[in-house]
Design a protein around this ligand. Structure first.
Ligand code: NOJ
Length: 743
């Protein structure tokens, strides 16, 4: 660490500020001055490791140092216009700034047209490859807040802190619904529902893009399309799905994200129905660009153009893969090491296999993106411009987001909240580590070094001690897979009033999170089972990216608090809920399965009802108070396709303290040309109610809200009968005539 600080200081002195004197850059003028090679350089994206010292591909020198030879080859010889990523270590904000400054300087001094470089990073829950940034909950937790405005605020922080670190582009949000909970990237999603994903995607994109130039970043929707329902459950395997269903479930969040201002899209590196998306002109040019009207930059995923050749076998070699991908409509290729991409594409254009107009279209999009991000003016503003970076103010927003995400799945006999005077045993492998609070994509790609990078981080144990005092807490460490430590934990339960048992998953990302079975690991289940027999209330806190199967212990636990991956403020947020400072209001953004083979979504078909076993349903989550619903009204109860109707309901806080409730409107289409789902979420509102307070919540629906994608792939509202349901109340209504609608 000390060496890194010294290196930073040296770099600060060496790297002067970068200036690009393009003034009011006109993209067309610039494009007209570019050689083919310069254009292709703008379509190329190289990873930081490829210009740094160290063994390629994955062992960068520590502390980081640029390799002047590699830097010159990439930026000057090959004119590469985009660098990205980090992956295997985290930097301070100051060091990030030096990195980007150095790259811009190389671009300014080493290229003819001095087109500023674009830097992009996976800031998936905050600027989470910075050692000193604010880490917010992962997307799955943000979705559980059902509070888009709070999610917007969290994304604004990420944008601000990425910009402060000199980075104007983030590879987030993951727009697609996570439809297979065993998938290792499930936690990167906003859960299983298209409407919730669309609302959260739009909120995130707004948060990234709405501030002034130097506090906003380019947002990326990913991974277009069909990535999050892998047929094998394993990352990078393809999907099998009829096109109308793919459109029905996966397109809405993209449409919402594009409308909200997303300027880039990363593609799905897998196949859909055997067609790899990276080579599909139908999906990329046809659906994404032409149909959804996406004007931004379509980006390939890591090495995924080459995948067309060695992974999917739809191209005979790399060169043919490049031809397919660029002709499909890809604008920027995450190579990420191999510069032969540039040579191949140049020769493909010279041979007429890729049209110059296609190249110009791609480069125009990249340059427009760079211009929009303000890179031609001043790529990085002074560090002092960002006083709120890593501040308490930002931490408070993250803590609130984490607290609002926490989902109380079970609370027998009002076990929670605990009295501050209670003596508690804290145990379980997640009790005293920052790793399980943050999950993957935290400091490092796999997220296993969070304790080393953040030694001052507040774990669940630290936060509980801080709230109730050390003398009220007994801690017994129980490492994962150390069944020999179970006895000590079980014995310690004797002298306490309650047990707080922290279970969950170790961090993972992408293929490293592939598993064969969603069941919680055996030693954790055994610990829970043994503690459950002690006659003391056991409260399970789950920090996990996907719903581990806990059915064998669930009945024996008194309370279960699902924390998802709440980030660096998660310890505080969990203690806030356990001891009643915060009344929980999170709701499940997915269906919690009862068994490893019971992986259903709530919007299943009627015919699947016979096998639908869930532990907790989609939208579930308890509060310390109670809510009741009355007077559901649909008005009028006949909807003419050009009109609107309103659905209203009264909700009352009937319990003994203030609380927040998420009012969820579901619609059932009673019959349709395609077997309809039993119900679909069509609206939600989170309301705060004081004790005894009643509020009327109103939703406005149009024919579009009743539409689904039919067998001809048209988004259509079909005339017929519907039911609106909220909080257990149902009201029928009718759509008088059918109508085709657009996204
Ligand atoms: C591959 C991942 O699929 C994608 O989500 C990520 O943004 C890129 N790598 C860059 O790290």
């Amino acid at each position: 660490m000390t060496l890194r600080i010294v290196l930073c200081a040296i770099l600060v002195i060496c790297c002067g500020p970068i200036e690009f004197s393009h003034g009011q850059t006109d993209v067309e003028t610039l494009l007209s001055q570019m050689t083919l090679k310069e254009k292709i350089g703008q379509m190329t994206m190289i990873t930081l490791n490829a210009v740094s010292k160290g063994d390629l591909p994955f062992t960068p020198k520590e502390p980081h140092e640029f390799d002047p030879e590699r830097l010159k080859r990439v930026i000057t010889d090959y004119q590469v216009g985009t660098i990205f990523n980090i992956g295997h270590h985290a930097f301070s904000k100051s060091y990030w700034r030096q990195i980007v400054t150095e790259l811009q300087n190389q671009t300014r001094t080493g290229t003819r047209l001095k087109i500023p470089l674009l830097y992009g990073v996976d800031a998936l829950h905050g600027m989470s490859f910075s050692t000193d940034a604010t880490f917010t909950p992962h997307q799955i937790g943000l979705a559980a807040t059902w509070n888009p405005d709070l999610v917007r605020q969290a994304s604004r922080i990420t944008a601000y802190e990425a910009r402060a670190a000199g980075i104007p582009w983030v590879f987030s949000p993951a727009a697609e619904p996570g439809r297979n909970p065993i998938h290792s990237r499930f936690y990167e999603s906003f859960g299983e529902d298209p409407l919730l994903c669309a609302a959260m995607t739009a909120a995130t994109v707004s948060g990234y893009t709405e501030a002034d130039t130097y506090e906003r970043v380019g947002a990326t929707l990913k991974h277009f399309i069909g990535y999050t329902i892998p047929r094998t459950g394993r990352d990078r395997s393809g999907a099998d799905m009829a096109e109308h269903m793919l459109r029905d479930i996966f397109l809405p969040p993209y449409a919402a994200g594009i409308k909200a201002g997303a300027q880039s899209v990363i593609l799905n590196l897998a196949d859909v129905n055997g067609l790899p998306i990276h080579g599909s002109r139908y999906w990329v040019q046809g659906v994404l660009k032409d149909e959804l009207g996406f004007k931004g930059v379509v980006v390939s995923d890591w090495n995924s153009v080459d995948y067309l050749y060695f992974h999917h076998h739809v191209a005979k070699d790399s060169r043919q893969a490049i031809e397919q991908a660029v002709n499909a409509g890809i604008d920027l290729v995450m190579v990420p090491f191999d510069l032969t991409f540039v040579d191949h594409l140049e020769s493909l254009v010279n041979e007429g296999r890729v049209a110059v107009t296609r190249i110009d279209d791609a480069v125009r999009r990249v340059l427009t993106f760079k211009k929009d991000l303000g890179l031609f003016e001043e790529p990085i503003l002074p560090e002092t411009r960002y006083p709120l970076y890593g501040s308490e103010t930002f931490a408070a927003v993250s803590r609130r987001a984490a607290a609002e995400s926490l989902t109380l799945l079970k609370n027998t006999n009002k076990t929670l909240p605990l009295a501050k005077t209670a003596k508690v045993l804290v145990t379980g492998f997640g009790a005293d580590t920052m790793t399980t609070l943050n999950g993957g994509w935290s400091y490092t790609w796999q997220g296993r070094e969070a304790d080393a990078y953040n030694p001052e981080g507040v774990t669940i144990l630290d936060a509980i001690r801080a709230q109730v005092g050390e003398d009220h807490v007994v801690f017994v460490e129980t490492a994962l897979d150390r069944s020999d430590q179970i006895d000590s934990a079980v014995n310690a339960a004797t002298g306490v009033d309650a047990v707080i048992l922290c279970l969950g998953e170790i961090p993972y990302a992408e293929v490293f999170g592939n598993i064969d079975d969603l069941t919680l690991n055996p030693s954790q289940l055994e610990l829970a089972r043994r503690l459950g027999e002690r006659g003391k209330p056991v409260i399970v806190v789950l920090t996990q990216g996907r719903p581990t199967i806990i059915s064998t212990i669930e009945k024996k636990m008194d309370a279960i608090l699902l924390a998802y991956l709440p980030g660096n403020e998660g310890g505080h947020a969990i203690a806030d809920v356990l001891f009643g400072r915060v009344n929980p209001s999170g709701k499940l953004p997915y269906t919690y399965p009862a068994g490893p083979n019971a992986l259903f979504t709530y919007d299943h078909k009627h015919s699947e009802i016979y096998s639908f076993h869930v532990l907790y349903p989609f939208g579930w989550g308890l509060s310390y108070t109670e809510f009741s619903y009355q007077n559901l009204r649909v008005s009028p109860n006949r909807l003419y396709p050009a009109d609107t109707l309103t659905v209203s309901v009264e909700v009352t806080n009937t319990g003994d303290r203030p609380g927040q409730e998420v009012v969820q409107l579901f619609i059932s289409d009673l019959y349709a040309s395609i077997s309809p789902p039993v119900k679909r979420l069509k609206g939600f509102q989170k309301v705060a109610l004081s004790q005894g307070e009643t509020q009327t919540v109103t939703f406005t629906l149009t024919a579009k809200d009743l539409a689904f994608v039919n067998a001809e792939n048209h988004l259509t509202a079909e005339a017929g009968e519907f039911t609106a349901s909220i909080g257990g109340l149902n009201e029928p209504f009718i759509l008088t005539a059918s109508r085709e609608v657009t996204w």
